[in-house]
Design a binder for this molecule. Structure first.
Ligand code: FPP
Length: 245
C-alpha cells in the first residue's frame, strides 16, 4: 500500500491540464514566466510520483495549439523552458526507465526544441517504465480532423474500405494510437473545462478538478487526486451490479 493507495486500482493513464501558472505568479507580484518556471518543478515532482506509484502513462498538456496566440515573449519563454527540461532531465529520466513521447503538431515547434525532443524520444524509446507523453502544440479537434484526413487518404489509395471504419480503427489514426485511454484527467486552478484536450480519448475518463494552482500541485496533491479516483465507481454505461459481477 503506497500512501493509502490501493495498488490494484492505480489508473494506467493519467492526463493533466497544468493550469494556473500565471495566477500563481500574479498573486506574488511576479512576472507570469516565473509561474511557468515554478510549474516546471511540479512537472518534476508529479512525474516522479506517477512513476513511484506505478502509473503507466502520464500525459501532460504542456503547450496547446491555442497557446501559440499568447504574447511572443511568453511563447519564447515556454519553448526555452521546454528545451531546458529536455536538456537537463532526459539523462535522469532515461536512468529511471522513463519513455518520452510527444503528441501534437510538433513540427511547428522551433527547430532547436524539435531536435532535443527527437533526441529524447529516440534515446528513451526502448524504456519500459513510465511513458511520459508530452502534448505539445496539441489540439483535440485538430487531432480528430487529422485522423479523418489520414483515413480518407488511405481509402482513396485503396488501403482501407469505408465500411471498415469503426471506433477502434479511428483510434488507431490518433496520436495516442497505442496508448490506453486516460482513466483520470486532472485539471488544476479551479477551471472546469476540457480546453480541447484528448477529446476522443476522454469518453469514459474520470475528471478531477482542484482549485490548487499548478505550481502548488506536487506529490501530496497528486496522491490526493489518485485517492479521489480510487473512491469512484466506473460503470462504462453499465449498472452498478454488472460492474461488481
Ligand atoms: C497554464 O497556466 C500553463 C501553461 C500554458 C504551460 C505549462 C507549462 C509548464 C508547466 C512548464 C513546462 C512544461 C514542461 C513539460 C517542461 P496559465 O499560464 O494558463 O495560467 P493562468 O491561467 O493562471 O494564466
Amino acid at each position: 500500500m503506497i500512501q493509502g493507495l490501493d495498488p490494484k486500482k492505480i489508473p494506467a493513464h493519467v492526463a493533466i491540464i497544468m493550469d494556473g501558472n500565471g495566477r500563481w505568479a500574479k498573486a506574488r507580484h511576479l512576472p507570469r514566466i516565473m509561474g511557468h518556471r515554478e510549474g516546471m518543478k511540479s512537472v518534476r515532482a508529479v512525474v516522479e510520483a506517477a512513476r513511484k506509484v506505478g502509473v503507466k502513462v502520464l500525459t501532460l498538456y504542456a503547450f496547446s495549439k491555442e497557446n501559440w496566440q499568447r504574447p511572443k515573449e511568453e511563447v519564447s519563454f515556454l519553448m526555452k523552458l521546454l528545451s531546458e527540461y529536455l536538456q537537463k532531465e532526459v539523462d535522469e529520466l532515461h536512468e529511471k526507465d522513463v519513455q518520452i513521447r510527444a503528441i501534437g503538431e510538433i513540427e511547428l515547434l522551433p527547430r532547436q526544441v524539435l531536435e532535443l525532443l527527437d533526441k529524447a524520444i529516440k534515446k528513451t524509446k526502448n524504456n519500459q517504465g513510465l511513458i511520459l507523453n508530452l502534448a505539445l502544440s496539441y489540439g483535440g479537434r485538430a487531432e480528430i480532423a487529422r485522423a479523418a484526413r489520414l483515413i480518407a487518404e488511405a481509402c482513396l489509395k485503396g488501403d482501407l474500405k469505408p465500411q471498415e471504419i469503426d471506433e477502434e480503427l479511428f483510434g488507431r489514426f490518433l496520436y495516442t494510437a497505442d496508448l490506453p485511454d486516460p482513466d483520470l484527467l486532472i485539471r488544476t486552478s479551479g477551471e472546469k473545462r476540457i480546453s480541447n484536450f484528448l477529446l476522443y480519448q476522454c469518453a469514459y475518463t474520470e475528471f478531477y478538478f482542484t482549485p490548487t494552482l499548478w505550481p502548488d500541485f506536487r506529490e501530496k496533491e497528486f496522491i490526493e487526486a489518485l485517492k479521489d479516483y480510487q473512491a469512484r465507481e466506473r460503470r462504462f454505461g453499465k449498472i452498478s451490479e454488472q460492474v461488481h459481477e
